[in-house]
Design a protein around this ligand. Structure first.
Ligand code: ADP
Ligand code: MG
Ligand code: MG
Length: 206
């Protein structure tokens, strides 16, 4: 059973991690966009961390609260997208954790991001981390892997996918305006997505 406390701990760690990566993420976004991605993510998570989640009846509700907060506080294109991810995952996260249930929930979240932002695989966005992480989870589910090892595989796939965005040409968001100079640079939203998945993964236990 996922707990509200686990969501709070994840939020604390995300805030701490983003605080330490503000400059790096702003620098990447400075090359590809307008240089504010690190500031946006840190502001959003710092605001979400100030939510009082103690009244939430369960982890699903806590995730939805965080999602709504991110939509309103991250700002930029990424706020509604990370917010949608959390809202959808919160709406579908299984009570009893199973690999199939976790994969289905992340699938819903990713579908929400893609519906909202219209990015597809290869556009050099956060979607290019979400989809490979999902592919890994679903492939592990098909071969009957256990939840913990599948989660570890998925966050490794997310890190690899983050690095692979460097070779891509940007087709969505602000960075599409600088598509020629985008090759060779990792997408900042992809970096953030891999960080969020890794901090979350350590708290998922059967
Ligand atoms: P803004 O571009 O408004 O300044 P941010 O800098 O916070 O917003 O976020 C930029 C990141 O958002 C990108 O690196 C990319 O991963 C993600 N992003 C932008 N537009 C889209 C989109 N349409 N679909 C998916 N992800 C997107
Ligand atoms: Mg930006
Ligand atoms: Mg901006």
């Amino acid at each position: 059973m996922p707990t509200v406390a686990a969501v709070s701990e994840w939020l604390d760690e995300c805030t701490h991690v983003f605080e330490g990566r503000v400059d790096e993420l702003n620098e990447l976004d400075g090359i590809l966009g307008d240089g504010d991605h690190g500031t946006n993510m840190y502001r959003g998570f710092a605001a979400a961390r100030r939510l009082d989640l103690s009244e939430c009846p369960n982890a699903n509700d806590a995730m939805r609260q965080v999602g709504m907060s991110l939509v309103g506080t991250v700002g930029g294109a990424s706020g509604p997208l990370f917010g949608t991810l959390l809202l959808r995952v919160g709406a579908t996260w299984p009570d009893h954790l199973t690999l199939a249930g976790v994969a289905a929930s992340l699938r819903q979240g990713t579908n929400g991001v893609m519906a909202r932002g219209k990015a597809v695989r290869g556009d050099k966005t956060m979607v290019d981390v979400l989809l490979p992480a999902l592919d890994s989870l679903e492939a592990d589910a098909r071969r009957g892997a256990d939840l913990e090892s599948a989660i570890l595989d998925a966050v490794d796939a997310a890190d690899e996918a983050r690095d692979a965005t460097a070779a891509m040409v940007a087709h969505r968001g602000r960075s599409a305006l600088k598509s020629e100079s985008s090759v060779g640079v990792v997408d900042p939203g992809a970096v953030s997505t891999a960080l969020i998945l890794r901090t979350g993964a350590t708290r998922i236990r059967e």
